[in-house]
Design a protein around this ligand. Structure first.
Ligand SMILES: Nc1ncnc2c1ncn2[C@@H]1O[C@H](COP(=O)(O)OP(=O)(O)O)[C@@H](O)[C@H]1O
Ligand SMILES: [Mg+2]
Length: 310
């Protein structure tokens, strides 16, 4: 057996919304080992994203410990957490989250420039290799809008790999793609897991995807309801219950948008500190991009606030 790469101990997360407290995770214990390819499944609102955000240090638990690669990161400072995130963890999201004005290759260079360990030329070389690896060697200079959804997600996967993370986290990576493309994307991740050896943890609704995984972890109402190796029958549907679509969920989305804005602002700050190391033209371009992404998220936030209050 390989060594544990993520250990969650008695992890709980409570979102305090004033009158209501949402128990998003309840005393979760989980060990993920190096090179595992695991899926997290469960109904909407059951805590999957929260679980992934805890592992990826995008958010802090209310109680319990998060241990990544043998290091307890629960009490890390903001700076230390950013560093762990940047160097050890690659993220893939449902909506790709690529910078629209940057080309595919520039999008992949970005996290390498943040990490600050490669020269501009080395970063470019590695970005090219990564695009080849995901089958987009002929799309280096395309912008996201000039690529299909599946191709954009491939770029996002290459970007997640930029800093050779030990762990790749994906939150419904096929959720915004047609079925066939979604399965192709998952197969690509599985291939990378086999060939490059990264640990993958993937949240998904797609049973076909779960079929590719070695391990399927079912989360229901903030608890791990079942944790099974491949080939064992899933829990019966009565456990899954109804889809929750309610105000609480919209509020959750709002918090998440705000969190994203916070993260972008922090990244921008780090980026600003490194301005001397980056070509001035590229620097300006990226900075404008950040501004427009933040503005975009703010617009969505305002819209959601109106929607919730309506
Ligand atoms: N930032 C947040 N603020 C308040 N409540 C939240 C927040 N994030 C999630 N929640 C709530 O926690 C529960 C779990 O949410 P989430 O982890 O997003 O579920 P899933 O990803 O399984 O759909 C839900 O009830 C949701 O409304
Ligand atoms: Mg989710």
């Amino acid at each position: 057996m390989t060594k544990p790469i993520v250990v969650l101990k008695n992890l709980s997360k409570v979102y305090d919304l004033g009158e209501v407290k949402v128990h998003a995770l309840r005393n979760v214990n989980l060990t993920i080992r190096e090179q595992e390819f695991s899926c997290i499944m469960g109904p909407s609102g059951s805590g999957k994203t929260t679980l992934l955000n805890m592992i990826g240090a995008l958010d802090l638990p209310t109680s319990g410990r998060v241990i990544v690669d043998g290091v307890d990161i629960t009490d890390f400072s903001e700076g230390e957490i950013s560093e762990t995130r940047c160097k050890k963890i690659g993220f893939i999201f449902q909506f790709f989250n690529l910078v629209p004005l940057l080309t595919a290759i520039e999008n992949i260079e970005l996290p390498m420039l943040f990490a600050g360990e490669l020269s501009a030329r080395e970063a470019r070389e590695r970005a090219k290799e990564l695009l080849n690896l995901v089958g987009l060697g002929d799309r280096l200079y395309h912008r996201p809008a000039e690529l299909s959804g599946g191709q954009q997600q491939r770029v996002a996967i290459a970007r997640a790999f930029a800093n050779q993370p030990a762990i790749v986290l994906a939150d419904e990576p096929s959720g915004n793609l047609d079925r066939i493309t979604g399965i192709e994307i998952l197969q690509l991740m599985k291939r990378l897991n086999r060939e490059e050896g990264q640990t993958f943890i993937i949240v998904t609704h797609d049973p076909a995807v779960a079929g590719i995984a070695e391990r399927v972890i079912y989360v229901i109402d903030g608890r791990i309801a079942k944790d099974r190796p491949k080939g064992v029958a899933p829990p019966d549907d009565s456990l899954i219950g109804e889809m929750k679509i309610n105000k609480e969920r919209e509020l959750a989305r709002l918090r998440f948008l705000r969190k994203q804005i916070e993260i972008l602002k922090r990244d921008l700050l780090i980026f600003n500190q490194r301005r001397n190391e980056i070509d001035p033209l590229l620097f300006r371009k990226i900075k404008e991009q950040y501004a427009s992404m933040i503005e975009d998220l703010r617009k969505k936030t305002r819209w959601l606030v109106n929607y919730i209050n309506a």
